[in-house]
Design a protein around this ligand. Structure first.
Ligand SMILES: NC(=O)c1ccc[n+]([C@@H]2O[C@H](COP(=O)([O-])OP(=O)(O)OC[C@H]3O[C@@H](n4cnc5c(N)ncnc54)[C@H](OP(=O)(O)O)[C@@H]3O)[C@@H](O)[C@H]2O)c1
Length: 275
C-alpha cells in the first residue's frame, strides 16, 4: 500500500490513524442478504469522467477501495458501454485477496457480469477471452449474439426486448451471485435507480473541479428519488473523500426482487459459490 493510499475514518467515529485492509474490508463488508452495491468516482462538481475516462478522477486511495470492493463481491456488474470504453481486461485479484476470498468460503474470483441490450460485444476483448471465471452477459430475448460470444460467456436473457434488470439480478442470485458490485456506467446506474434496485452507493469524491462538459454519474430517463442514508466518511491525506451510503435492510428479510420471472440462459448455470 503506498503512502498516498493511507485512508482513515472521519465519521461516525474517527479512527486513530490509517486503516489497514482488514479494517477497511470490515467497514464495507458483505451483507447476509442479496445486495447491490454501486461504486463511482466523481469530481467535486459531479463529473463522471475527466477527458472522457474515470482514470483522471481516480488515485491511489480510490484504487485501493476499488480493489477491496472487488474482493468482497460475488458478481461484478458493468454496463457494456463502460466495458467497451474503458477497455476492461480480465477481472483478476492478487494472491492476498484471493486467499481472503478462499478463507471466507468464496470463489477465488468474482464473476464478471456485463449488461448489454445490443450484444455489440467483442468476444476477443480480454474481459471475456482471458477471464479466470466464465463471464455472464445479461441481455434480452430479441438480442442477436455476435459469432463467438456464446463461446466465452453465458448469455442470460431477461425480458423480451429490453433487459429486465430485476429479473437479471434474480438470475444472478440463482447462480450464487448474491453480493453484486456495480462499477457503472451512468446509464446502467440510472436504470438500476429507476428500478429501485440500488442498496448502496460508494462514492469517491476527488478534490478537483472538472468544469462543464462531462456527464453526471447517472444518466437516462428521469425517475423518482428516495433517501439514501450516509453510513461512513473516509478520507485520504490528499483530500480524497470516500463516502458510503446504504439503505436500511428491509423488514421482510428475503431480499428477493419483486419480480417473479424466469431467465433463459444460453448455457447451463454455473455452480453456486459457497456462501
Ligand atoms: N466515474 C466513474 O466511476 C465511472 C464509472 C463507469 C463509467 N464511467 C464513465 O462513463 C462513461 C460511459 O458511460 P455510458 O454513457 O457508455 O454508459 P454505460 O451505462 O456505461 O453504458 C451504456 C451501455 O451499456 C448497456 N446498458 C446500460 N444500461 C443498460 C440497460 N438498462 N439495459 C441494457 N443495456 C444497458 C448498453 O449497451 P449496448 O449498447 O451493448 O446495448 C448501453 O448502450 C465513460 O466515460 C466512462 O469512463 C465513469
Amino acid at each position: 500500500m503506498s503512502a498516498g493510499a493511507a485512508i482513515s475514518r472521519l465519521w461516525p467515529a474517527p479512527s486513530a490513524g490509517g486503516l489497514d485492509d482488514a479494517e477497511l474490508a470490515a467497514l464495507y463488508g458483505r451483507e447476509d442478504r442479496p445486495h447491490l452495491r454501486v461504486n463511482f468516482v466523481t469530481s467535486v462538481d459531479g463529473a463522471v469522467s475527466l477527458d472522457g475516462y474515470s482514470a483522471g478522477l481516480s488515485g491511489a486511495p480510490d484504487k485501493r477501495v476499488f480493489g477491496l470492493l472487488r474482493m468482497l463481491c460475488d458478481g461484478l456488474l458493468v454496463a457494456a458501454g463502460t466495458l467497451r470504453h474503458e477497455g476492461y481486461g480480465a477481472v483478476r485479484l492478487d494472491a492476498t485477496r484471493r486467499a481472503w476470498r478462499r478463507a471466507h468460503g468464496l470463489a477465488e474470483y468474482p464473476t464478471l457480469v456485463v449488461v448489454s441490450g445490443s450484444l455489440d460485444l467483442d468476444p476477443a476483448q480480454a474481459a471475456f477471452a482471458d477471464a479466470p471465471v466464465r463471464p455472464v452477459v445479461l441481455t434480452h430475448a430479441a438480442a442477436e449474439a455476435p459469432p463467438g460470444l456464446a463461446g466465452v460467456a453465458d448469455l442470460v436473457r431477461c425480458g423480451d426486448d429490453r433487459v429486465d434488470l430485476a429479473a437479471g439480478l434474480a438470475a444472478l442470485r440463482r447462480r450464487g451471485l448474491g453480493q453484486v458490485l456495480c462499477e457503472g456506467g451512468p446509464h446502467l446506474f440510472g436504470a438500476l435507480t429507476a428500478a429501485d434496485l440500488v442498496d448502496e452507493v460508494c462514492l469517491t469524491v476527488a478534490p478537483l473541479l472538472a468544469g462543464a462538459g462531462p456527464g453526471r454519474i447517472t444518466a437516462g430517463p428521469a425517475g423518482g428519488h428516495r433517501e439514501l442514508p450516509l453510513r461512513h466518511v473516509l478520507a485520504a491525506a490528499d483530500g480524497v473523500l470516500m463516502l458510503r451510503y446504504a439503505r436500511e435492510a428491509e423488514a421482510d428479510g428475503d431480499g428477493e426482487a419483486n419480480t417473479d420471472t424466469t431467465a433463459d440462459a444460453d448455457t447451463a448455470p454455473a455452480p453456486a459459490a459457497a456462501p
